[in-house]
Write a protein of this length. Sequence first.
Length: 320
Amino acid sequence: MSDAAQPMRTQQALRAAHLYYLQDLTMDAIADELGTSRSSVSRLLKYARDTGLVDIQIRSPLDQAAALSRNIRARFGVHAHVVPVPDHTSDVDRLERVALSAARILTQYVESNMVIGISWGSTVSAVSRYLVPKTTHGSTVVQINGAANTRTTGIVYASEILRRFGEAYGAFVQQFPVPAFFDDPATKEMLFRERSIRRVLDLHERMDLVVFGVGAPQAPVPSHVYSGGYLDPADRDELTEAGVVGDVSTVFYRADGSWKDIGVNARAGAPDLDTIKRSPRRVCVVAGRSKAASLKGALAAGLITDLILDESVGQAILQP
């Protein structure tokens, strides 16, 4: 669609939405009023939902997902959005459904002049494919963790996720061109003193909104840090011995939320978890019961303010 045609399409979609949702006209009646076909009205209404012109909310005292959300908030002190997904749904489809809901929920959190931190990974990559456009001004999308390893620079993978966020919100995109894990903690310390890298680290300190998933070693949809060649056998053995249950932004933690004495973290090309916790809004997206242990560890670490998850993992984290 040309740039010139976009405002006209938006106006038509907005008018169709008013007639359908606020005036209760049928699609046939709307088609007559707009001088178009019923199928065109259907496409306009879908466009209105997809672009955020229409925000549909469901409220019911009998809603099991809503009750689960309340229980999670009472237990963990976070705002929870539970996405209803049938038990028989495959792990891939479950992730896609949670990602779609997360992308639409994120729209209400994004404002102008924000620094938005993005942690790459399988879940955030899925969210990025469904983002609803929202024009902002003076906003920056910044990569939280480095993506390079001995196989790849990680630029293609991470930059595609960042690009989608930047285009959706009209934001400047800032990459973080460092390895996911350094060979030597001393190398990391020296590089992080460089002014070019320090500039990105300063953005990390000013993040208003952080979006991330949780990595889990045994998830059916593998976390990218585990499937993308970032960890060698010695690293995996060290994580097992340390009792690690997951990671956020390639920084690993235990079930009780502790992380500072885990050796691999000293080499992580990412800000520490205290930096992430200084952001006022920290949105975690999780799909699948297999990530329950990792999610509970992230909650114990105090990393999450807003949680978007499916029913299965929500039920799992409430179990003793």
